[in-house]
Design a protein around this ligand. Structure first.
Ligand SMILES: Cc1ncc(COP(=O)(O)O)c(C=O)c1O
Length: 394
């Protein structure tokens, strides 16, 4: 499928300029259809009954699970479907056998979902070392390496910043973690939808992502583990090999991490989303967004009174651009963009308050984020409207 041909699958793009895909992406018709088909044609619980619908549903669910795993190159590990990235990271924080004195290394670039779970571990005697980026948001890998000590059990880093769009060298970081005997968690919420991801090639121990940011339904995401070495968050139906009134034996495979009825329609929808992205090709997705982002940054940076955040934070980036307009609150800018040109962007802290403080942007930024359905014309409309707004502000 050519990227130019996909737009008709996203009806919302007929009336609005949706530049908030980093918060959640739009969903194409084939993904919705795949979920509706389950509900209307073969709805049944999975991994339980033996009747014909249970068989079909179980097969389709297992196939979807495998397809999602394969999309991130995770065939050699264990995947559990979660509600989102936050739940996946939380499952690692809750499931590792922490000891008093253990340490976690993370960075100030992180979304709250990859910061707060580690800060909470302080209650259990785990120390948290937070590596600070430069004033423009660039992270020195040497600083990260220096923060790792003998007691460091886990390094948890984002693959791509949801504020600045910068892509971190996770392969290099994985190598450092291996050498230093620390486990490595990658927050792939922003990378999985936009760039090719291969967890085996990265060499991480845990990889977390959200289905709703990659054309899939809300309420879906994933936690991939190199080895199933976490205590499951929940135990119950569907996750055991056997149970008696004395105790239970957990299932040996992925089922042990999926107690209770899983999001069957959601998982089938997410697998359809992964197939949709595969049909376009993740390299093509990346190139498309690189073109749009270059145009967006050039256009905004040329405007008086407009500052693009983290311009020098590294050249490897996804389609996420944060900016401010002098003399105006980001929420005000976002509201005018909507009212004047039906351009929908995010404004505020983007769940990265410590990073905003560090960058000297206490009110946050305006954030425009692109995806496969974004066009050059839409980027130009955003730039033209911001130019109008900045003239008014001066
Ligand atoms: C980098 C990053 N990590 C984690 C999250 C949390 O994702 P979710 O809300 O799907 O759990 C987000 C969401 O914006 C994100 O951008």
């Amino acid at each position: 499928m050519r990227i130019e041909d996909c737009r008709t699958d996203f009806p919302i793009t007929r009336d609005l300029i949706y530049l908030d895909s980093a918060a959640t992406s739009l969903t194409p018709k084939p993904v919705v259809q795949a979920m509706v088909e389950y509900d209307l044609r073969y709805r049944a619980n999975v991994g339980r009954g033996v009747h014909r619908l249970a068989n079909v549903a179980t097969h389709r669910y297992r196939d979807a699970h495998d397809a999602i795993k394969s999309f991130i190159g995770g065939e050699g590990g264990t995947l559990t479907i979660t509600r989102n990235t936050t739940e996946a990271i939380g499952a690692v924080a809750a499931g590792l056998d922490w000891k008093k004195g253990d340490r976690v290394v993370t960075t100030l670039l992180e979304h709250h979902s990859n910061l707060l779970p580690w800060l909470r571990l302080r209650e259990r005697g785990v120390a948290v070392d937070i590596v600070r980026p430069n004033s423009d948001g660039g992270l020195e890998i040497a600083d990260l390496e220096a923060a790792i000590r003998d007691e460091t059990r886990l390094v948890a880093v984002t693959h791509a910043s949801n504020v600045l769009g910068t892509v971190l060298p996770v392969r290099e970081i994985a190598g450092i973690c291996r050498d230093r005997g620390a486990k490595f968690l990658v927050d792939g919420a922003q990378s999985t939808p936009h760039i090719p991801v291969d967890v085996a090639a990265i060499g991480c121990d845990y990889f977390c992502f959200s289905g709703h940011k990659m054309l899939g339904p809300t309420g879906t995401g994933g936690l991939w583990m190199r080895r199933p070495d976490l205590e499951p968050l929940h135990v119950g139906g569907g996750s055991i090999e056997s149970a008696s009134s004395d105790g239970y034996t957990l299932a040996p495979g992925e089922e042990r991490y999926e107690a209770g009825t899983p999001p069957v329609a959601g998982t089938i929808g997410l697998a359809r989303a992964a197939a949709y992205l595969r049909e376009i090709g993740m390299d093509a997705v990346r190139r498309h967004e690189e073109r749009l982002t270059a145009r967006l940054i050039d256009g905004l940076a040329a405007l008086d009174g407009v500052t693009v955040a983290g311009l020098d934070a590294g050249t490897d980036r996804i389609g996420v651009v944060s900016f401010t307009v002098e003399g105006m609150h980001p929420h005000e800018v976002a509201q005018i963009l909507d009212e004047a040109s039906a351009v929908l962007v995010r404004s505020g802290h983007h769940c990265c308050q410590p990073l905003m403080e560090h960058l000297g942007l206490p009110d946050g930024t305006v954030r425009a984020s692109t995806y496969i359905y974004t066009t050059t014309e839409e980027i130009d409309t955003l730039i033209a409207t911001v130019e109008e707004i900045s003239r008014r502000a001066i």
